[in-house]
Design a protein around this ligand. Sequence first.
Ligand code: NAD
Length: 486
Amino acid sequence: MQETRRMEVRNLIGGRWQVAGGRETEPVYDPATGETIAETPLSTGEDLDRAVRAAEEAFPAWAATPVVERARVLFRFKMLLEEHFEELRDLVTLENGKDRNDAAGEVRRGIEVVEFACGMPTLMMGETVRDAARGIDNVSYRYPLGVVAAITPFNFPCMVPLWTIPVAIGAGNTYILKPSERTPLSAVRLGELLREAGLPDGVFNVLNGAREAVDAILEHPGIKAVSFVGSQPVAKHVYKGGTATGKRVQALAGAKNAMIVMPDAVLDKAVPNIVSSAYGNAGERCLAGSVLVAVGDVADELVGRLEEAASALKVGPGSEEGSQLTPVIRDSHRQKVKGYVDLGEEEGARVVLDGREPPREEGFFMGPTLLDNVTGEMRVGREEIFGPVLSVVRVNDLDEAIEFTNASPFGNACSIYTENGAAVRRWRERVEAGMLGVNTGVAAPMAFFPFNGIKGSFYGDLHATGKDGVRFFTENKVEITRWLSE
Ligand code: NAD
């Protein structure tokens, strides 16, 4: 086996990259080979305190920097991201395992948030009403909050940090990123590029680590707001812990997304789209379609076509041209996903395609799994699996499909495949999910709209990205004015 060069993962505090002397570390693997490619330092509360102090020191000058100048740094950052696009894409593939197309899509979506935040002079505008009362004008101004933090997951190591970095710093906050300890490399590169873009020291800091670092963030009185993206139990923990110490918190959580297929769906186009939603990125997307709800007599033909399409997927490393089913993030995660397939079988699901036997010797690969005759009572029909497993639920009509979907504690995304506008309208008005896809299996997030999970997929009030993101990272002052000489 070829020896891989270890990459260095350091903390960025106050503009200085700090080596992880004396700290415990956690290995970072290339999921396609299983080799260790780096070690993530597990930062402590003391490390966090240093980062907060650096961010606090940088805050007054950065908040007082005219918004057009802050935006100019973002414009330079955007140019650097374009220049290093392929490098960032390959870094995502290396540490996460997803294929190059998916990785390129992730970097592109992230850049779009930077582009959105380049409009910060407009986004920061307050509101005015002249003559709110006789001779009295009413104005609101937007202000940054201070030091804010973001805690991000392994599955989008470049895009999810970029959901908040440009908006938070563009609005004048200083920022601490705690990336996933399983995928820290993209975050380090973003930090280097932000420095190259001319961001002053201490405005953007990277604190590597895991649970201890997160809990220190929740407790630190210097941090005003926390943006979290990750699994549901941790989202709840972060929301409770952060709000208990008076912070503003948005916590984007897990998912169990249904894809409803109506009898009139255009199957030739729907099936490849469904397969890509369920198995793309090895099912490790919070917008992945995880349950296929087949309505009426479409089920038999649909399951047959899905079996054929899914079994034809090319399993291989994300860096290899044409790979469609890439590895999951860790062997421990693979064991968990396999456990769910065992459970589904025990619960009475029919295993149409069985991906439990690793299709490749090295790395953390699984084959595609397709389960039929799944019901809402089964755990495989209710819980997030986060792997290349698609469960088929059979229902009689649209109302039953919506009822099944709404019984889920999650409400991240839902898709419908049909050419019937009335069915789409009925579904949209009644379904309990915040990201909706019509004839598309991934209701992809756009920078200018909020990422809008609801129910157990989100804790908080203001979502990430779009105008919600700007409101999350700012607060208002409302001023009322009269002139006594008038
Ligand atoms: P995770 O919850 O394990 O980790 C997320 C972050 O929390 C990481 O930075 C990690 O270090 C930290 N963390 C983990 N366990 C912790 C604990 N016990 N205490 C404190 N901090 C802890 O999530 P993940 O496995 O990295 O990511 C996958 C999950 O994220 C899936 O559930 C997926 O649906 C979800 N996700 C949601 C969205 C969304 O927009 N709603 C987007 C991407 C991912």
